[in-house]
Design a protein around this ligand. Structure first.
Ligand code: AMP
Length: 284
């Protein structure tokens, strides 16, 4: 396994590999890798001749009062995990390498970025699409792997790839969870022991609504209320809810009233100052 820091070097490597007929899979991450990230890498390993993992804490996708300065890092541990999965290249650019002082371009998906996470984080997705476009141009992948945990992000990337005609197949990977159901996330490391235990309530509440759905409760408002009630049932609920919404899983539009299309129940909560997101498909 090779670690590359330079943009020029990785692009030259990618060009050469593509010319030699090798297929490339990209797994973009911000590091502090967990089994969710590793699942993406395993899927990539099974598909392509060469697997490139990028590790970059992308400053432009963080808002002014977010956790950019304390985002967890463990490069040595990450490199060991990548090696164990059989990754070929780990791309670890510096901020300066991706955003030199003269940098002034951005890529924006304009509509489906306004709702859900985009409502509370208005500059977030523009930061994501800009860095992912750069990573695509630097690593020239045939396929790129993204987690369904960030459901809206996956939809935004798919939109961008279609709209801008990137010749890249986007592959979504199901959410990997802890044994108590909590969706794995690098940010879970922020949670103190008590809140970490309480965090399992998020998946429990989503699962409760999914069960109701399977039993025939198909009104989106009723299901949203059921999630809220379950989260807030304790006298002092630890959760501050940012949103609980039901969206059409294909075109990411909100469903009000009766659910008649494949749908996804999405949630964002704050727990002890940590923002957590999760989602669950509503299927029979
Ligand atoms: P991040 O490092 O948090 O930016 O995540 C990098 C990639 O890993 C994104 O495509 C995420 O959606 C994906 N990912 C993060 N957590 C999980 C998880 N628990 N299960 C599946 N994919 C995940």
């Amino acid at each position: 396994m090779q670690q590359i820091e330079s943009s020029k070097e990785i692009q030259a490597f990618a060009l050469e590999s593509r010319r030699a007929g090798k297929s490339i899979a990209l797994v973009p991450t911000m590091g502090f890798l967990h089994d969710g990230h590793l699942e993406l890498m395993h899927k990539a390993r099974a598909q392509a001749d060469l697997v490139i993992v990028s590790i970059f804490i992308n400053p432009i996708q963080f808002g002014p009062n977010e956790d950019l300065d304390r985002y967890p890092q463990d490069l040595e541990g990450d490199l060991n995990k990548c090696r164990a999965v059989g990754v070929d290249i780990v791309f670890t650019p510096t901020r300066q390498a991706l955003y030199p002082e003269s940098f002034q371009t951005s890529v924006e998906v304009t509509k489906i970025t306004k709702c859900l996470c985009g409502a509370g984080r208005p500059t977030h997705f523009q930061g994501v699409t800009t860095v992912v476009s750069k990573l695509f141009n630097l690593t020239l992948p045939d396929t790129a792997f993204f987690g369904e945990k960030d459901f809206q992000q996956l939809a935004v990337i798919r939109r961008m790839v279609t709209d801008l005609s990137f010749p890249i197949k986007i592959i979504g990977v199901p959410i990997v969870r802890e044994s108590d159901g909590l969706a794995m996330s690098s940010r879970n490391a922020y949670l103190p022991t008590k809140e970490r235990k309480e965090a399992s309530g998020i998946f429990a509440a989503l699962s409760h609504a999914q069960n109701l759905y399977k039993q025939g409760h198909k009104e989106s408002e009723e299901l949203g209320q059921a999630v809220l009630k379950q989260l807030g049932e304790k006298i002092e609920s630890p959760f501050q809810v940012e949103y609980i919404k039901i969206y059409d899983a294909w075109n990411l539009t909100e469903i009000s009233g009766l659910i008649t299309t494949p749908a996804v129940l999405l949630i964002a909560v704050h727990l002890a100052g940590t923002r957590l997101i999760d989602n669950l498909l509503l299927e029979n």
